[in-house]
Design a binder for this molecule. Structure first.
Ligand code: ATP
Length: 331
């Protein structure tokens, strides 16, 4: 674990039971939970973050995507108050994270890639230990139930499986009843069923009204969970939108793909289709379409009239991964 990682995993101890939210001040119920304007971060000569703007609203799941080295961790750690911005303005829960008081930190939950659990303690003891650090913690057993660890309450943390350990990390981040939760690649290394279980936990947090800032390399995860996505590449935000609209995804042509039996002569395709069809190396034919019903009608009419079978016929929208790869390769 890096020094920053270790520091990030430790909660802040409170000696009184002041209401943390009131003590730290904060945005109104409808104001943005995170507001970033013109954020820049330089490491010596290297510009890791080059003037980004972000707004995250209360109760939303915001996914922050980008290739390795794009500037995600740098940005997230500035939002968490662990790194200082070189320039720009950053407000998280109404405060500048770099000079925010400890009471502000109690309103954040941070789930790191590295585990913060004490291996010698039981699952319940770990959660109880962390509960003691916060002024108004959640109920321990309810929190264990929320992350699906009730049956492992008496199990030592060291004996938990990788997926269970991650759930314990989520429980530790939640026990302080934070308003804003940072999830750093929460399902890396999970098998498909553990990943789906983790998504259900995150959806449970959404239902509790939590605001979630999620970094992930899994497009399926972002698509399933995120209300909005921002893509960072080479320190700049290159696109922002919902999973459906990111990078103009909704405007991109649908692809109709098919094969035809035998060595069909495609020159006889109806005008309007012939010039758009492309054959790839494997013989698959691709027809980009903005009028899918009409194009399919023409195509199937053409095939029927010639006794041809349209094999492996598929109609597909560009995936989030297609859009993401296009956006990040442009950078
Ligand atoms: P990954 O997906 O690999 O975790 P990232 O998007 O989180 O990548 P950052 O860790 O924010 O990327 O790094 C952005 C750039 O800043 C990289 O070029 C990295 O080498 C550089 N960088 C990060 N931390 C430091 C540091 N402490 N000192 C110098 N350069 C750094």
């Amino acid at each position: 674990m890096t020094a920053t990682g270790l520091r990030r995993s430790l909660p802040v101890v409170f000696t009184n039971s002041l209401d943390a939210a009131a003590a730290a001040g904060g945005p109104g119920p409808t104001g943005p939970v995170i507001r970033v304007q013109g954020l820049e971060k330089r490491y010596g000569e290297h510009e890791a973050v080059r003037g980004i703007d972000l707004e995250v609203h209360r109760g939303e799941i915001f996914a922050f995507l980008g290739p390795n080295g794009a500037g995600k961790t740098t940005t997230v750690e500035i939002l968490e108050g662990f790194r200082q911005a070189t320039d720009g303005s950053v407000e998280v829960l109404g405060q500048d994270p770099w000079c925010a008081p400890g009471s502000w930190r109690a309103r954040l939950g941070i789930v790191l890639q590295e585990s913060g659990a004490e291996p010698g303690l039981t699952t319940r003891e770990c959660v109880a230990l962390y509960a003691g650090y916060y002024p108004a913690p959640r109920n321990i057993d309810e929190t264990l139930a929320l992350v699906g660890l009730s049956e492992q309450a008496a199990e030592r943390a060291a004996k938990l499986s990788g997926g269970q350990r991650r759930r314990l990390d989520v429980a530790l981040a939640l026990i302080g009843d934070p308003e804003l939760i940072f999830l750093d690649e929460p399902t890396t290394g999970f098998d498909p069923s553990a990943r789906r279980a983790a998504w259900e936990v995150v959806e449970g947090l959404r239902r509790l009204g939590k605001t979630i800032f999620l970094t992930t390399h899994y497009m399926e995860e972002a698509e399933r969970l995120a209300d909005r996505i921002a893509v960072i590449a080479s320190g700049r935000i290159v696109a922002e939108g919902t999973p459906q609209t990111l990078g103009g995804r909704q405007l991109e042509a649908t692809q109709i793909t098919f094969r035809v039996s035998g060595e069909a002569d495609l020159s006889g395709l109806p005008p309007g289709l012939a010039e758009r069809v492309q054959r790839d190396e494997g013989g698959l034919l691709r027809l980009p379409s903005t009028a899918v019903t009409a194009d399919l009608h023409e195509l199937s009419g053409w095939a029927l009239a010639r006794g041809l079978e349209l094999q492996a016929l598929e109609v597909s929208r560009p995936t989030l991964e297609d859009v993401y790869l296009q956006l990040t390769s442009e950078e």
